[in-house]
Design a protein around this ligand. Structure first.
Ligand SMILES: [Zn+2]
Length: 271
């Protein structure tokens, strides 16, 4: 049976690309931290469901919470990189991207993790404007990436919906897209984000099973802040508010239903 990838982007509730004001990076250290409790709760859920996954850890978080990184590893999960400072890749120069990636890897190494092989960009921001990032990743020894989404605006609906290999200047790099579904003529995120939170577990399970029957593997993704029982509310515009807060009620138990129903594992194993 096909093994699908379960992934987590380990970040705080305030790591929202492009958010300014109170949520600007200069204020991050003064905002209430929720990442330890919420990631621990997610680890408990995964343990109860017998699922291991890949945790793409933000360097900013690894630097402040090395014990959390150790707990994730103790649960048998794989560690990947999610950048250091949560900038959109297409807004960085290749040099700035590489510097941020180095800082991410340094923070993970300090937390005891060597040989990181997988990367997930903040907000799926490797797209047609930042394909050079794949060269940088392969050059740094990464073997897989999961940063290109078949969605309009943040990605491109024409991108493949199955894991595939991308040629880079430094050799091949596996690319693993998230699960999307066709609704009303458009691709919507079904493997994570608002699409997963607002969907009935049965719908998600059926979609994964249909793909697996065709021999295709797919990926789910969640964030610790999505299962927070008391999520701090940031003041956001209507679109960002929807992306971050729609469908949070009861999400943890809906997620558990999916986790128990489909074969999931770390991304490197699903590849
Ligand atoms: Zn993120």
């Amino acid at each position: 049976m096909a093994l699908n990838a379960f992934t987590v982007d380990v970040e705080e509730w305030f790591h929202i690309c492009g958010a300014g004001g109170l949520l600007a990076p200069a204020n991050w250290d003064r905002l209430p931290s929720r990442v330890v409790q919420t990631t621990q709760a997610l680890l408990d859920t995964l343990d109860a469901c017998g699922v291991r996954g890949t945790f793409f850890v933000l360097g900013w978080v690894a630097e402040r919470h090395p014990d959390l990184v150790a707990d994730i590893r103790a649960g048998g999960h794989e560690i990947g990189a999610h950048s250091f400072a949560h900038h959109r890749v297409y807004q960085l120069s290749p040099e700035a991207f590489e510097a941020d990636l180095d800082r991410n890897l340094t923070a993970l190494r300090a937390a005891g993790v060597a040989g990181v092989r997988g990367y997930r960009a903040p907000e799926w921001s490797i797209n047609d404007r930042s394909l050079w990032a794949l060269d940088v990743l392969a050059g740094k020894g990464f073997s897989f990436d999961s940063s290109m989404t078949p969605l309009r605006i943040i990605g491109n609906p024409a991108y493949p919906q199955v894991p595939h290999v991308r040629a880079t200047r430094h050799g091949p790099l596996a690319e693993f897209p998230p699960l999307v579904a066709r609704r009303l003529g458009q691709n919507i995120p079904l493997g994570g984000g608002w699409g997963l939170r607002l969907s009935r577990p049965r719908t998600v399970i059926r979609e994964i099973e249909a793909r697996n029957r065709r021999g295709a593997r797919t990926a789910l993704f969640v964030h610790p802040w999505e299962i927070d029982v008391e999520p701090p509310r940031a003041r956001l515009g209507p679109a960002a508010r929807f992306v971050h807060y729609a469908g949070l009620d009861g999400f943890r138990s809906r997620l558990a239903e999916v986790l128990q129903a489909v074969p999931l594992g770390p991304m490197s194993e699903a590849l």
